[in-house]
Design a protein around this ligand. Structure first.
Ligand code: ADP
Ligand code: MG
Length: 481
């Protein structure tokens, strides 16, 4: 793409489902994937007289994400009713927070292509999810599933500080990583536990005034965050280049066709008639509780990355991969502690271990090899008990069976032959079996050394110590010259 006249300005509004056992304001379970309408109750159904009771765990989780992103936590916040009519919302309003949100003024740090950016967060407020309308092809009516209604959410609203589709995607990845580290959400976009609306506008490079924005809804997969925004930037740039104006509107992203279309313009915008929910008193959060939650926060990915780089002398690239998941970082640290050489453990994890896990679509939690066993395997190679090549075979067997490397090495007789008499005998046998090649070697074709090494390795099932074998072969070939 040629350098555009236009600079993209993007602000994201992300919804994160909180993994509480029960709903925001009632005791129904809030699991994903249950039989339709098995998780509804009078509060969710909006039956007259049913009163909401706030879920303490949901507040705790919302405070966690607030603290993890450096927000101020309001000691007093308020729930408000946001009114609209839709079949998946039987009450006729969603409980949200409006002018007094729980968390404000945080930041999320990004690094994209070597450039770091601080994205300011306007606010993080609590709200409840709505149900789901199910439209079946060919059916004359739609169905409503209220299992999701009342599931606790936080909405994280960013300032318009994001400058490209790539940064927006990185923002989403960072956010997902933080909520997963905190253990408050699985951040799964495909299942809807992380959703985002993207506000996009353009302005002439070098100017600071905000342009007219559009809001992109329905970006429901990680794959499409970047694509949907790129598409919108290109659409707006084409309009502006043609001297046209941008219409402020909400657009729906159609992932199947890779395009967006207008859903409603500003004139059709809702008036939600927000007002404080009279059924819920103001939420008062004691300072001691905030401090208790702060102390319970895990080390976050960015901090862990920096620590891994200084404590284990890892490159930023390695540190980034190893801190991708909390459990992977723990695995690495246990292995590094058990072995002592963090770099070696990091290499084994990044090459062999992650490849095997990815192939089987297993998470690190489902890894059949314990970190101590990986460390033991690397020690066997360090000590010359097995060769590096055999080490990879042993690794594959460990991964398949969960056995310890020593067990496998002993049972299968894989111990490296370092006994020079034994290696020499095998080398002599190999030379005797290939007189023609020996002659060629003697005539100056020394590249044949590799061939002899291969023959001996074949005969010893790869167990000959390669260094000793090389020396012995060279000596024997010189002798007979
Ligand atoms: P609205 O009144 O349409 O809800 P808000 O000011 O509440 O807009 O902002 C909603 C989101 O849109 C925020 O994430 C904000 O950063 C972003 N935003 C606001 N104005 C712009 C703009 N001109 N371009 C891009 N994003 C914007
Ligand atoms: Mg707004």
């Amino acid at each position: 793409m040629t350098k555009s006249r236009w600079e993209a300005v993007i602000g994201l509004e992300c919804h994160v489902q909180l993994m509480t056992a029960s709903k925001s304001f009632s005791a129904s379970a809030s699991h994903f994937g249950a039989e339709p309408n098995t998780q509804a109750d009078p509060v969710v159904l909006g039956l007259p007289g049913a009163l909401p009771v706030l879920n303490r765990r949901a507040v705790e989780y919302a405070i966690k994400i607030g603290l993890a992103t450096g927000c101020e936590i309001r000691r007093r916040s308020r729930f408000a009713r946001k009114h609209y009519f839709y079949p998946d919302l039987p009450k006729g309003y969603q409980i949200s927070q409006y002018d007094e949100p729980l968390c404000e003024h945080g930041t999320i740090e990004l690094a994209v292509g070597g450039v770091s950016r601080t994205v300011r967060l306007t606010r993080i407020h609590m709200e409840e999810d709505a149900g789901k309308n199910l439209h079946q092809a060919g059916s004359a009516f739609s169905l409503v599933d209220l299992n999701r209604a009342g599931v606790p959410l936080v909405e994280i609203v960013s300032e318009p500080d994001i400058r490209s589709a790539e940064e927006a995607a990185e923002y989403m990845r960072t956010l997902r990583q933080i909520v997963r580290y905190l253990g408050i959400s699985d951040g799964n976009m495909e299942e809807g536990s992380l959703r985002c609306d993207a506000n996009v506008s353009l302005r002439e490079v070098g100017t600071s005034e905000l342009g007219t924005k559009t809001e992109l809804k329905n970006i429901n997969s990680f794959k499409f965050v970047q694509k949907a925004i790129e598409h919108e930037i290109a659409r707006q740039a084409a309009l502006l280049d043609a001297g046209k104006r941008i219409v402020q509107e909400t657009r729906l992203w159609d992932a199947d066709r890779g395009v967006s279309h207008s859903m409603r313009t500003k004139e059709q915008a809702h008036d939600y008639r927000y007002f404080p929910d009279p059924d819920l008193p103001p939420l008062m959060v004691p300072g001691e509780w905030i401090e208790e939650i702060r102390r319970s926060l895990p080390e976050l990915p960015a901090q862990k990355r920096v620590r891994f780089m200084s404590e284990y002398s890892l490159s930023e690239y390695d540190a980034r991969i190893l801190t991708e998941e909390h459990a992977l970082a723990d695995y690495f640290e246990s292995g590094a502690r058990s072995h002592g050489d963090a770099k070696k453990i990091s290499n084994w994890i990044q090459t062999e271990l992650l490849r095997e896990l990815n192939r089987d679509e297993r998470s690190i939690e489902q890894c059949p090899i314990r970190p101590e066993q990986l460390a033991e395997l690397v020690r066997l190679i360090d000590g010359g008990v097995i060769s590096g090549k055999i080490g990879k075979e042993v690794f594959a067997k460990m991964f398949a069976s969960g056995e310890s490397p020593k067990q496998i090495v002993e049972r299968e007789g894989l111990v490296q032959v370092t006994d020079t008499t034994a290696i020499e005998a095998a080398a002599r046998a190999a030379l005797a079996a290939s007189p023609k090649q020996v002659e060629q070697y003697r005539a100056g074709k020394t590249s044949l050394l590799g061939y002899f090494v291969g023959q001996v390795m074949k005969a010893t099932q790869g167990k000959a110590n390669p260094q000793a074998l090389n020396e012995i072969l060279k000596r024997l070939l010189e002798e007979t010259r």
